[in-house]
Design a protein around this ligand. Structure first.
Ligand code: ME8
Length: 552
């Protein structure tokens, strides 16, 4: 059984989940569900990045005084921070409470959106802190950590140093704030030592950084700019202490990236689920896919692999960076007040509709623009008039012309002539051929929008098949041809539902139910489900309510 270990970024908890984080997470959920349907052994990890200074700022800002509870944040469970995590004083208590409550909110959000992550890692958990310490020591022993004075401009928004040339009017263009001038003695990681090895790895593994445009960006960055970077900060009240030097705190990105391994590595009191093997990464590592936004590829495709090389660990197979979207043409920001709440949208339209819109409207990997107007247009055009209408149309005919019973004709499907076009049943059947291989190939290349497009094209073919074969005419002259056509259509719907399992799981189940298949169908393996002929003769359909009532 193939293993598939997939991760999303662990998000900062300085705000509530927004549509950007939902986009990455939903896409990861689609891939996790797809691999599960194929029968792969899947581990899907999500989590929260809690040791960042921006979380501290948000925590302190959220309370009028240290005595009262953070605004909008209920009292969450406040575990004691383990040794190594800094956290004795008043600030730490406030921040701990804040991150506890916010992490719970992020988790609730993903649950409400129906995401199927197998684990959720918080970087304030002992299992993570222990692993970070162990990793630091390994890299230190390798001679890749040294102390030096650093002077630079630090943007807390990015949690990274900026060069003068990256600023616009002296401000970080992503966060519109003036970075802080810092000058302090820090620990550095010897990234420069791995420059050649990184370029070689990227060159020899074209699948490592996708899509290609991002790979070119990273190659240029590594070639021209990859210098040693600071991996600690001095005198911070929050974060993981440098082993052996508690005055220094480990740089939040160095700590955060390690979540991908800490979550699957056993430590005292923590035993992760495992497909096989024991030890570091517990058989899941290396990750098969880190799904991230394009804003954080430098960290994932330069810093991270170099850190792994230093520790002598294998690199992830693929980092895929998707694009960024604006909202109605504008950058999403709290100041503009256009931050979209994914939960509100999902409650209004349904989880599956949100998933469909996000994955269909943007070419996966490229930038896009989010618009509720377009969401509604796609809903009416492609879900209500498209999918919903096709399912209702086919099932109504099965009820009307076949007493609601599926008949699987024994002879091979008929070649039917409709209008002036010959309809090749094999194409309409799609079953073993072109349709599935196209769909799977798009998913294998992370072209999720195209995979959906393939399904919708098939729906149009089925619609045309109805128009051309005219079952209402066939019903007047004997049952044989009629049943063959109805079977082709209903079996076509079964294939559509299977292809929708990763993307629109509730809708897929609904279609199975309406076809009279129920839960037995989803227990099949993807491979068996792809064979033509899964619908058995004699099955009674159970036509239900319209899948997607039109929006006014
Ligand atoms: O960077 N469009 O966390 P973060 C698309 N903690 N995706 C978007 C988006 C947008 N407008 N806005 C955000 C961090 N995203 C670190 C990660 S991982 C070891 C540490 C998504 O909360 C996208 O996936 O700032 C992006 O990479 C991520 O949110 C950044 O989340």
């Amino acid at each position: 059984m193939a293993k598939f270990y997939i991760t999303t970024p662990i998000y900062y908890v300085n705000g509530l989940p927004h549509i950007g984080a939902a986009y990455t997470s939903i896409a990861a959920d689609v891939l996790a569900r797809y691999h599960r349907a194929r029968g792969d052994d899947v581990h899907f990890l999500m989590g929260t990045d809690e040791n960042a200074q921006k979380n501290v700022e948000a925590a302190l800002k959220s309370i009028p005084s240290p005595q009262s509870s953070p605004e909008g944040v209920e009292d969450g469970p406040s575990e004691r921070r383990p040794r190594g995590g800094k956290g004795e004083g008043e600030t730490q208590e406030i921040v701990q409470k804040y991150v506890d409550a916010m992490a719970a909110k992020w988790q609730e959000t993903w649950d409400e959106l129906g995401l199927t992550n197998d684990d959720f890692i918080r970087t304030t958990e002992p299992r993570h802190i222990k692993y970070v310490e162990k990793f630091w020591r390994k890299v230190e022993a390798k001679g890749d950590i040294y102390k030096s004075v650093y002077e630079g401009l630090y943007c807390t928004g990015c949690e990274a140093y900026k060069t003068e040339s990256e600023l616009i009017d002296g401000k970080c263009p992503d966060h519109m704030r003036v970075p802080k001038k810092l000058s302090e003695e820090n620990y550095f990681f010897r990234l420069s030592r791995y420059r050649d090895a990184l370029l070689k790895h990227i060159d020899e593994h074209p699948e490592f950084i996708q899509p290609e445009a991002r790979r070119n960006e990273i190659v240029a960055y590594i070639r021209d700019h990859a210098v040693d970077f600071s991996i600690s900060r001095k005198n911070l009240e929050w974060g993981i202490a440098v082993p052996g030097d508690p005055a220094q705190t480990i740089y939040v990105w160095f700590d955060a990236l390690l979540n991908y391994i800490s979550a699957v590595t056993p430590s005292p009191g923590f035993q992760p689920s495992s497909p096989s093997g024991r030890g570091e990464g517990e058989g899941w590592w290396p990750a098969d896919l880190h799904l991230v936004g394009k804003d954080i590829i430098k960290f994932h495709c330069a810093y991270w692999p170099a850190m792994l090389m230093s520790a002598g660990l294998p690199l992830p197979r693929t980092v895929f960076a998707h694009g960024f979207f604006t909202v109605d043409g504008q950058k999403m920001s709290k100041t503009l007040g256009n931050v979209i709440d994914p939960v509100a949208l999902a409650r209004k339209y349904g989880n599956d509709v949100l998933r469909y819109y996000l994955l269909r409207d943007f070419a996966f990997g490229e930038d896009g623009d989010f618009s509720e107007v377009r969401l509604r247009a796609r809903y009416n055009g492609e879900l209500a008039n498209g999918l919903g209408n096709l399912v209702a149309r086919v099932l109504t005919m099965v009820e009307k012309y076949a007493d609601g019973v599926i008949h699987n004709p024994t002879q091979p499907p008929l070649i039917l002539r409709g209008g002036d076009r010959l309809v090749p049943p094999l194409k309409v059947r799609g079953g073993e051929g072109e349709l599935w291989s196209q769909y799977e190939s798009y998913i294998a290349h992370y072209q999720l929008d195209r995979a959906l497009d393939t399904v919708w094209q098939y729906m149009s073919e089925l619609d045309r098949y109805i128009d051309e074969t005219q079952p209402w005419q066939l019903a007047k002259s004997g049952k044989e041809r009629l049943f063959a056509v109805l079977y082709t259509l209903a079996e076509g719907l079964r294939h559509i539902a299977w292809m929708l399992i990763p993307f629109m799981p509730e809708t897929a189940r609904n279609i199975f139910d309406q076809l009279g298949l129920g839960t037995a169908e989803v227990k099949k393996s993807f491979k068996d489900a792809q064979k033509w002929g899964g619908l058995k003769s004699g099955v009674k359909i159970e036509r239900g309510d319209s899948l997607f009532p039109r929006l006014a």
